[in-house]
Design a protein around this ligand. Sequence first.
Ligand code: FAD
Length: 406
Amino acid sequence: MSGIVIAGAGQAGFQAAASLRDNGYAGPVVLLGDEPELPYQRPPLSKAYLDGKADDEMLRLRPQSFFDEHRIEYHPGESLVRIRRAERQVELSSGRRLAYDHLVLATGSRNRVLPVPGADLDGVVQLRTRADAADLRRRLSGVRRAVVIGAGFIGLEFAAVAVQRGIPVSVIEATERPMSRALSVPMSSFFRAAHEAKGVRFLFDAPATRITGENGRATGVETAGAGHVEGDLVLVGIGVVPNVDAAVDAQLAVADGVLVDEQLVTSDPHISAIGDCASFPTPFADGRRVRIESVQNAADQARCVASRLAGRPASYAAVPWFWSDQGSLKLQIAGLSTPHEEAVLRGAPAGGAFSVFCFARGRLVGVESVNRPADHMAARRLLAGRIGITPEQAGDPGFDLKALAS
Ligand code: FAD
């Protein structure tokens, strides 16, 4: 028996290995991770870890003893470089070959590279790995002014930590509002105002065209539309691209992610794909394909595949949810709130705690909440149970959401 090989030891790969054992799978489980350390969680990298409130130990998903006890053969620093589908083998960076009964691709995503001159200057950084975060944490103590390119979740989480430490932060964004790809207009406006109140300066409709430097060190960012913005640290946070090189090379079906079916099987029945690298059809977008970058998605897809490989196949149907902590604000999203046709407010933004109920095609598709965890939990239940709610009910503060959802 060759067993199951999992490529990628992030949130999804780790969970797949652990869940295989939880589901009673007794065969060999091999986990390949190209990073040189034990699997860890990424969310604290732009929050508590960056701020020095969490250490390496707290990031770890499990200690080495867990892998030993569960007979998970973990290979740190070992990448999958080629899939030989005909032989059902993988080639590793060490030159070794491994046979598999089933291969799980959990290779995640990597930061999109900013295609402008100066991107290689010292002081231009990104944030994806623990090593990136450790480097950024070290640099933060000597920074005079920071510039963030991209007003997405990671850029804004970083901005919240940096201003809190007294570092002036400018955020340059190519579109007209923060987190525009993922959030409704009212929620986006609320976060803009909250960051501005803490001292963050935004420049919208201002794509970066060049990073300026002196003696090899970054001095700022030239934009189209908003001139030059000074800064000796430039954090580039312009999104990610899925790691699909091995899948493309093996001629699996790929289009913004490895294409999988409802059960997360790729175009080869002996290969599955999960987490940030997978593009899957979801009932939460009328069967449309999505690729979701969240801990929930990585972990739940891993559980779904592990259950199938242990003999209990099921379609992947978990409600998508996500969170982002930006300073004292906790944003939670249930469902897929964009695109939507109608956005209804519940609660008042002025009070610092409210939700936006997003409707499309005549029904609820997602709920964005800030500092309203009860709304978030109710929204997850409404979406999971396909329980109907009208825009009028959602916007009525007297309407009992909890009762409807239970
Ligand atoms: P990854 O975590 O990227 O893991 C994939 C692993 O596979 C990586 O270690 C990669 O190096 C490795 N790999 C790639 N290619 C190969 C190969 N060929 N062979 C072997 N190994 C390979 N989500 C939330 O829900 N809430 C948050 O607050 C949040 N905050 C975040 C903050 C930061 C700074 C980052 C970077 C992400 C955050 N996310 C958050 C997103 C979340 O962490 C990801 O969606 C999740 O980690 C995806 O898990 P994954 O296993 O699919 O991919």
